[in-house]
Write a protein that binds this ligand. Structure first.
Ligand SMILES: NC(=O)c1ccc[n+]([C@@H]2O[C@H](COP(=O)([O-])OP(=O)(O)OC[C@H]3O[C@@H](n4cnc5c(N)ncnc54)[C@H](O)[C@@H]3O)[C@@H](O)[C@H]2O)c1
Length: 255
């Protein structure tokens, strides 16, 4: 598998999964442009420092990104220990805005990969709400819908990962049919990155212990990164609209 000659925009390149995707994609031949609010600590082909929580700063970043992009990896995210408004803006509304703004720069055969989570697995329980939010057009309309339909603070991380999985599902096929651009999610289980401890604090010891005996270990970031770069590659050219678990089998134990 090769990403030779492809230009890939990766958000969240300053840490964790995003940094590993950037490293691996460059190794596979891609030109990687990183976007993050923090400086990266690895070699990239370009970097745009940006806060992905507001449409204005996202638009400024878009203006500095290349005109031709083969793939966009939406990896930047905050855990549920962050303020709920930040979770909504970074993990969902901003991701949607950036993807929509960059869509026209992606050629047929291009790809978007969104990082969801195993914690979004309960999306069927709130499908009607997630579809209604997905039907809103633009950042401000989404924010307005959320103001009218408040989300519980203690489960907002799960809510917006669920919402991302549903938006990915409903938006992917129109974009594939109209633009030839594929869009998929990956849903990692726990991953050894700096925010793993935040997830433990967010979920509580009881839930963590319940899951702990069902899995071999948390993933290493490179084990998630290799799936993301595969989804960016032409080898995945007929894969679109899926939410792919990358969790060492953990989600299968929920059945
Ligand atoms: N680590 C896990 O256990 C785990 C599990 C499932 C899903 N995820 C998801 O994986 C993605 C990557 O997380 P990670 O574990 O690599 O965490 P991380 O904290 O190591 O990396 C997240 C990156 O996103 C950037 N970021 C956060 N807010 C931003 C903003 N407003 N603007 C620009 N950049 C911003 C951070 O600076 C950081 O570089 C996230 O979407 C997270 O929800 C993580």
């Amino acid at each position: 598998m090769s990403l030779q000659g492809k230009t890939i925009v990766v958000t969240g390149t300053a840490s964790g999964i995003g940094a590993e995707v950037a490293r691996l994609a460059r190794f596979q031949g891609a030109r990687v442009i990183g976007v993050d609010r923090n400086e990266p600590s690895l070699t990239l082909d370009g970097f745009v420092k940006a806060d992905l929580s507001s449409p204005a700063t996202i638009d400024e970043a878009v203006a500095r990104l290349p005109q031709h992009i083969d793939a966009l990896c939406n990896i930047a995210g905050v855990p549920g220990t962050a303020p709920p408004d930040a979770v909504a803006r970074v993990n969902y509304l901003g991701l949607r805005h950036l993807s929509t703004q960059l869509l026209q720069r992606l050629p047929a055969g291009g790809a978007i990969v969104n990082v969801a989570s195993i914690l979004g697995a309960e999306w069927p329980q709130r499908l009607a709400a997630h579809k209604a939010l997905a039907a809103t057009t633009g950042f401000e309309a989404g924010a307005q819908w959320l103001a009218e339909h408040p989300v519980a603070a203690d489960t907002c991380y799960q809510y917006f990962k669920e919402a991302l999985i549903v938006w990915n599902a409903v938006q992917s096929q129109p974009w594939f049919l109209q633009h030839g651009v594929r869009m998929n999610c990956v849903a990692p289980g726990p991953v050894f990155t700096p925010i793993l401890g935040d997830f433990v604090a967010m979920l509580g010891e009881e839930r963590v212990q319940r899951d702990a005996h069902r899995m071999a270990r948390p993933a290493y970031a490179d084990e998630v990164a290799s799936v993301i770069t595969w989804l960016c590659s032409d080898a995945a050219r007929w894969v679109s609209g899926v939410n792919l678990p990358v969790d060492g089998g953990l989600a299968s134990t929920y059945l």
